[in-house]
Ligand binder design. Sequence first.
Ligand SMILES: *[C@@H]1O[C@H](CO)[C@@H](O)[C@H](O)[C@H]1NC(C)=O
Ligand SMILES: *[C@@H]1O[C@H](CO)[C@@H](O)[C@H](O)[C@H]1NC(C)=O
Ligand SMILES: *[C@@H]1O[C@H](CO)[C@@H](O)[C@H](O)[C@H]1NC(C)=O
Ligand SMILES: *[C@@H]1O[C@H](CO)[C@@H](O)[C@H](O)[C@H]1NC(C)=O
Ligand SMILES: *[C@@H]1O[C@H](CO)[C@@H](O)[C@H](O)[C@H]1NC(C)=O
Ligand SMILES: *[C@@H]1O[C@H](CO)[C@@H](O)[C@H](O)[C@H]1NC(C)=O
Ligand SMILES: *[C@@H]1O[C@H](CO)[C@@H](O)[C@H](O)[C@H]1NC(C)=O
Ligand SMILES: [Zn+2]
Ligand SMILES: [Zn+2]
Length: 815
Amino acid sequence: MEVRRDPRNFIFLIILFLLINSPEPQQQAFNTRSHYDEIIEREWNALDILNRTRYGDFDPGRNRWLNISGLKDEDGFAWDLLEPVRRKAQEQVKGLFGDAGNGALQEPMTEERKLPVYKNISGYVEGEWVRSSLARVRHPSDMNASSSTLDNPFGMVEYDRNLTGTGGPVRLHMTELEGKMRTDENRTISEVRAKIVIGDHTSFGGNWWEFVLNGVHFPEFGGMVLTTTSDRYAGIFALPHLQLTQYLYTTSQQLLNGTIHDTIERQESRTFPIWNPWSSAVDGASEGMLTNPHCEFVLFLQEHPVQFQLKPGQQPLGAQYDLDWLEHELRYPTGSPMDRRSPLSMSMVGFSPDCGFVIESKGPSAHTPSESVHLVGAKTEVFNDRARHGILAFAITLALQLMFLINQMKETATPSTRNRVSFYTIAIMGLGDGFAFLSLIFMPLFLGTSQLALYAVAFLSLFSVVLELRFLMDIWSVQSTEQMRQEREQAATAGVTTPQRPNSPAPQAPSAVTTDNETLPLPATATPPRPPTPIIIAPDQDDPTQTATTPTIGTTATATTQPQAELGALYSRYSLSLVALFFITLQFTTMRATARAVYFNTLCFFYLSFWTPQIYRNIMRNCRKALRWDFVLGQSAVRMIPIIYLYAVEDNVLFSKTDYRALMVLAGWLWVQILALASQEILGSRFFIREGWAPPAYDYHPILREDEEGATMPIGSTQSPADDTGDSSSMSKAGESKGKGKKVFDCSICTQDIEVPVIPVGASSENSPGLGGGILQRRAYMVTPCRHIFHTPCLEGWMRYRLQCPNCREILPPL
Ligand SMILES: *[C@@H]1O[C@H](CO)[C@@H](O)[C@H](O)[C@H]1NC(C)=O
Ligand SMILES: *[C@@H]1O[C@H](CO)[C@@H](O)[C@H](O)[C@H]1NC(C)=O
Ligand SMILES: *[C@@H]1O[C@H](CO)[C@@H](O)[C@H](O)[C@H]1NC(C)=O
Ligand SMILES: *[C@@H]1O[C@H](CO)[C@@H](O)[C@H](O)[C@H]1NC(C)=O
Ligand SMILES: *[C@@H]1O[C@H](CO)[C@@H](O)[C@H](O)[C@H]1NC(C)=O
Ligand SMILES: *[C@@H]1O[C@H](CO)[C@@H](O)[C@H](O)[C@H]1NC(C)=O
Ligand SMILES: *[C@@H]1O[C@H](CO)[C@@H](O)[C@H](O)[C@H]1NC(C)=O
Ligand SMILES: [Zn+2]
Ligand SMILES: [Zn+2]
């Protein structure tokens, strides 16, 4: 029943999360409508001005202004920067294309003289920006922004997106969708929308901003002019006046005249108001009335000519023909060989008309090509290809991960083996996979590209989550029963001090004391002093021991009813922590670069700590055979791959910055954990901690000491079956001596001899011969608390199924 209940729980949480995170509906003030009408009225006015004006009507140098917000004289913007920035943009075109570029700015291109640029600019570019010498620092007081500061109760506040540093990273995502973005009939101009992610190296904590610019793209020569639009600055209406030449002014005016007209009409007919259709806020929401004002941007971008990498002997085809074919082939692949892909590459120059900074992309000729080569990226199709490969590789790692998990689950099918596995190790892995699932589901929202493969992989990771939860459930039910049994036992011993075993003989008490002081410490699971000499219990007396062992051995009725209630709690706790983790991570993705890096490094560190709980459990329980080695190595490798990809690959699909140092630390940490697990396996689970740090646990590999009493020596089971009545002197005879410091016993599982090193009487442990390589020698045999001795592989194999001594059915502490 609970299996059906819990997914609903999970889905409910996801929906809740969606509701919380969805953009809130815009608040409607009581005078909303009138204010909205006012805005639309203003837009029609601005469009009228766009319709009526001619090139050169806006010329701050000659004191000619436009009656649009932001372009009026009294607005106090730094429009004197426009002319030098336009000159730089023009030089950009001339530098790349020479006279042909100059011609493209003046008149339509003829069919023969096409420039080798991509016509469809959808894609991304990234690089560095540097502050230009033209830049100045302007303060909020420089602006005559009486209208916008009036409704701000805090008066003059520093502007957002104020680039004050000397440089920083910048990334642009351009979208130019067929059908959605309008163009003119010959496609000499087209609407374009770009998201910019721009950072500032010198700001505190590596601040960065993400916003949207709207503008026009000239596919003929690959130029773009982009601008922000806000209440204070009607950028899109002024766009034709920002163009480089009269010809570009005319084309852009014709296009914008039509598109703005349509947009305002659509805005009028909407039931829910859209305050600013050209808003620069990323999620499309309107900028709130009370948020900080932000700096406006005007960017001039110029695409670089596509460089063909011709194969030797290949004839250069007509550039135009080739490029059209290339773009078509990229978009609708027919399988033709495509070794001539050229990256999308651009230079940028831009300025802020209000905040006064001027930025340029870093690259030749001001900087050497080795420093930076302007902005480089890839077209959407190439990026999608790369994303597809990444998703495929991730699917393979998930499949491998599943395989290792299934193998491990098969191995740990018995309660006694489940008892060894750390719950938290599997829980961390489950959280990691759940996180991957949620990220894959929401990835299309963040990346803006939707890929069917994402959902397929999301399903795969959901499948591993389900398996891991199932495994967790198994472990939980075994371990909670075990814990309950221990608590019951402790409570019982607290109440009754005398051993309750009725058939434990009283005269044995003195020898019990010697056992405590000797090298056989009490097992962790059994606190009552047990009789030192085993009692061969007759078949009819088996029952007390049997009932004591059942809770450990199987999940019986008591084991299944109790955890069922806890299981629901387990699931909801899992989903809650997963959703909380995802939510916190989402918040951190918009933080300053340093905080974000610290958060993600910490997150990865904790994620990659998944072996630590297992190491801890091994120490506490003094066991070591919990996990298969292919599980440990395989999971480590497979879970490390995505992290290596995100930390070390330069142009990864999530645009994360490379950080080799952090990657080294993470990989080293994982390696240290694997080493710890390995050394626990070989040298014993407690070899690296001091004695007394961990609770006492039974040591299956004690140093065997030959003393007069023989109280600590194992019983040579087959040779002296009758000697267990307390005749201790016969025990030393049990294992026959073979050479100095060696004894031979008999393993009753495989009925072969065991040769064990024994410290002779009187020899101190320091100078005894067996101690140097002794730790490995001692691993070859195992002595049970009932002092039966077996080969390690024999008893380990046995203990996978039963935690009982094969000889005398005494309960064995788990391995
Ligand atoms: C643009 O100007 C023309 C006259 O030049 C006028 O007929 C037309 O209505 C104007 N359009 C808009 C949207 O103002
Ligand atoms: C500017 O436009 C506003 C309306 O938006 C109008 O009231 C005002 O008279 C105009 N100013 C000039 C100088 O044309
Ligand atoms: C500021 O704007 C007001 C009108 O909004 C105008 O009267 C005033 O001259 C402007 N001041 C400056 C310094 O431009
Ligand atoms: C931009 O930042 C600089 C340095 O912090 C500051 O002096 C200036 O006033 C800011 N400009 C705006 C418009 O906020
Ligand atoms: C440009 O390419 C992208 C990706 O293939 C496509 O979605 C878009 O419609 C194309 N735009 C134009 C104008 O062809
Ligand atoms: C489109 O191209 C055709 C022929 O090349 C030309 O006649 C027409 O004027 C062009 N249209 C525009 C708007 O430039
Ligand atoms: C702007 O568009 C209108 C129709 O919406 C048209 O009548 C007018 O001539 C256009 N103006 C310019 C300058 O293209
Ligand atoms: Zn054996
Ligand atoms: Zn035994």
